[in-house]
Ligand binder design. Structure first.
Ligand code: SF4
Ligand code: SF4
Length: 380
């Protein structure tokens, strides 16, 4: 628990940097020859959290090399693939410790790991575990069955606070270091601004979430579309009013004072909402064509395997068990993560661009997101 909390605190300050642990096999409890085998990334916080959440279980945890990056980002960026899973299975000695050949993979790795490839190469069958570590005990107790809730990524209070502190710390550290040499008196109010603005942005998310839509392309829409600058403008406007009105009433401040702090508010707002590989739920950068893609289903090809329902982190699909077809029931909830397209064995799902062009599923599988969220890095 203490190790998990300490790691959580440290990761707030190095939010954007990889924090790897050596790939290895971790025994949790007293696992036997039929115990579950789980795979995870080697981001330090994930391993610490799993060790804590699973402390009452008996299982094997394979820590695969994701280059010190969390599961979702690593898989989407091509840093956590089926090759890494095969590598840890072959080098860890797990094949000598268990009689079965079933793996539990983290669901959010579905954008980058191909279970069919693993089965073909080394004979291990993979099932998709739940999104959150806290649901793994329930998932295992239910015979490796996940509920719909376990399959969804939630942006709840705890996660929002965690993101708010993480983003704020990234800006707070360099800004404070600069102001040690420039103006030490400004360090405290500057940090109040950074942490206050970050908390306001992420904690108020449920209030403006429904106004966020799909970004339309074209620079002219920036600052007018709520998802493309509107949130930042509102936040900056509220902050500016919060500075100008009280300071104006009290009096005695110079024009330079207002200029500095209003400009600081703008810089902080823009940093906190910067679209780094889709890291902010607020701002969807228009220069990434992929953000305007739409998932389309060719229902004729679909054979109702239900795999897309297991990997979609937004619960967009319903399975029609009578017709053995999938229903794309909630397309507006889609966040273009591509997991369903990557995993569909019959290529029944694909992206379509806003110009009406179909992006072949094979292309979606091959190209991964770079740090700026653009699909251009070729997967290994
Ligand atoms: S994964 Fe493909 S074939 Fe299976 S249900 Fe989904 S769309 Fe249909
Ligand atoms: S429907 Fe959208 S959110 Fe769900 S898996 Fe497919 S791309 Fe991702």
């Amino acid at each position: 628990m203490i190790s998990y909390i300490l790691t959580w605190i440290v990761t707030r300050f190095v939010w954007l940097l990889p924090l790897p642990l050596p790939p290895r096999l971790v025994k949790i409890g007293n696992p036997g020859r039929s115990s579950p085998v789980l795979v995870t990334c080697n981001w330090r916080l994930t391993v610490r959290e799993l060790s804590y959440r699973l402390r009452r279980e008996d299982l094997y945890l394979l820590v695969a090399n994701s280059r010190g990056i969390n599961v979702w980002c690593a898989a989407a960026g091509g840093h956590f693939t089926h090759h890494d899973v095969i590598s840890i299975i072959k080098t860890s000695g797990i094949e000598n410790l268990v009689d079965h050949r079933t793996l539990v993979l983290p669901q959010l790795a579905a954008t980058g790991i191909d279970p069919v490839y693993i089965k073909k190469k080394i004979g291990w069958k993979a099932v998709w575990g739940p999104v959150s570590a806290r649901d793994i005990p329930g998932f295992l107790a239910a015979g490796k069955e996940a509920t719909d809730r376990m399959r969804r990524v939630e942006f709840g209070l705890g996660r929002r606070m965690s993101v708010a502190l993480g983003w704020a710390a990234q800006l707070s550290i360099p800004a404070s270091l600069v102001f040690v040499f420039v103006n030490r008196e400004a360090i405290l109010p500057l940090n109040v601004l950074i942490f206050g603005m970050s908390c306001a942005l992420f904690m108020a998310f449920p209030l403006y979430e429904r106004f966020l839509g799909r970004p339309s392309r074209g620079w002219g829409t920036i600052a007018f579309g709520f998802e493309q600058g509107g949130v930042q403008l509102v936040l900056w406007g509220l902050y500016t009013a919060g500075v100008v009105i009280p300071a104006g009433i009290i009096g005695g401040e110079t024009v330079l004072f207002f200029f500095h702090w209003i400009l600081a508010g703008l810089v902080v707002t823009l940093f906190l909402t910067f679209d780094l590989a889709g890291s902010t739920p607020v701002y969807k950068s228009v220069e990434h064509e992929e953000r305007s893609f739409t998932v389309v289903l060719n229902v004729e090809i679909c054979r109702g395997t239900g795999i897309c329902t297991e990997v979609c982190p937004r619960g967009c699909f319903d399975l029609d068990r009578v017709r053995r077809k999938i229903v794309f029931a909630r397309p507006d909830d889609c966040e273009q993560c591509a997991a369903c397209i990557v995993q569909c064995p019959f290529d029944a799902l694909s992206f379509i661009s806003d110009r009406g062009e179909r992006i072949l599923p094979e292309t979606t599988r091959t190209y991964k997101l770079n740090l700026m969220g653009k699909r251009q890095v070729r997967a290994s």
